[in-house]
Design a binder for this molecule. Structure first.
Ligand SMILES: CCCCC/C=C\C/C=C\C/C=C\C/C=C\CCCC(=O)SCCNC(=O)CCNC(=O)[C@H](O)C(C)(C)COP(=O)(O)OP(=O)(O)OC[C@H]1O[C@@H](n2cnc3c(N)ncnc32)[C@H](O)[C@@H]1OP(=O)(O)O
Length: 165
């Protein structure tokens, strides 16, 4: 990951919220894949709760840039744990869809490693790590520079009758 881009994504309280991706990432159109139902987390591109952009890298892994605003507050100045879990639910579930699996999330285990300050751009990385029958395991991490804010393991279950792998 180029250092200059990391620094840009971690600047505190950026005057402009820069959700652009890394070199080599291409924008990922989530509504085109799963419809318009993901409004809870990523649907509002100008609000004060979540702002998000999804990308895929050259290996087709899903990444996201997120900004959490004052409406996502839990501890003063920091993200609500439910806000972090909601990001993991959407991003890791979407990672399953992006790899061709028609899934819902059956189990989500989130570890909150550091308090996440509001008002900065953070990155979500995700990876399908195993596929066993209907069980698709996706791992993810929310980070900024060297700081990991949360990690998650997400068990996704394919939905019978919905097109996909
Ligand atoms: C029919 C309506 C379909 C509607 C969806 C249609 C289209 C959707 C299109 C696009 C949008 C969708 C998603 C977009 C992407 C991300 C969105 C964010 C993600 C979410 O926000 S998504 C909402 C939250 N999510 C739920 O609302 C799930 C509620 N839940 C259920 O709907 C069922 O619970 C289900 C389907 C999970 C399983 O039900 P089921 O009857 O089909 O299958 P079953 O129970 O047999 O499980 C099969 C094997 O998975 C194992 N297993 C299951 N659950 C487990 C668990 N929790 N822990 C450990 N193992 C588990 C079993 O142990 C068994 O394993 P084994 O085969 O080895 O015995």
């Amino acid at each position: 990951m180029p250092t200059s881009t990391v620094l840009k994504a971690c600047d505190e309280m950026q005057p402009e919220i820069d959700l652009s991706g890394e070199a080599g990432w291409t924008p990922f159109d989530a509504p085109a894949l799963v419809g318009d139902s993901l409004r809870f987390v990523s649907g509002d591109r100008s609000g004060d709760r979540f702002r998000a952009r999804y990308y895929r890298d050259a290996d087709n892994h899903l990444h996201a840039r997120f900004w959490l605003g004052p409406e996502a507050e839990g501890p003063p100045g920091h993200a609500h744990g439910g806000a972090v879990a909601a990001i993991m639910d959407e991003a890791l579930g979407l990672a399953g869809w992006a790899e061709g699996y028609s899934i819902v999330v059956g189990n989500l285990n989130v570890s909150f490693r550091n308090m996440l300050p509001l008002g900065r751009v953070i990155t979500v990385e995700s990876r399908v790590v195993s596929v066993e029958g209907r069980k698709i395991m996706v791992h993810g991490r929310i980070f900024c520079g060297d700081t990991t804010y949360a990690e998650a393991q997400c068990l996704c279950i394919t939905i019978p009758g919905i097109p996909g792998k």
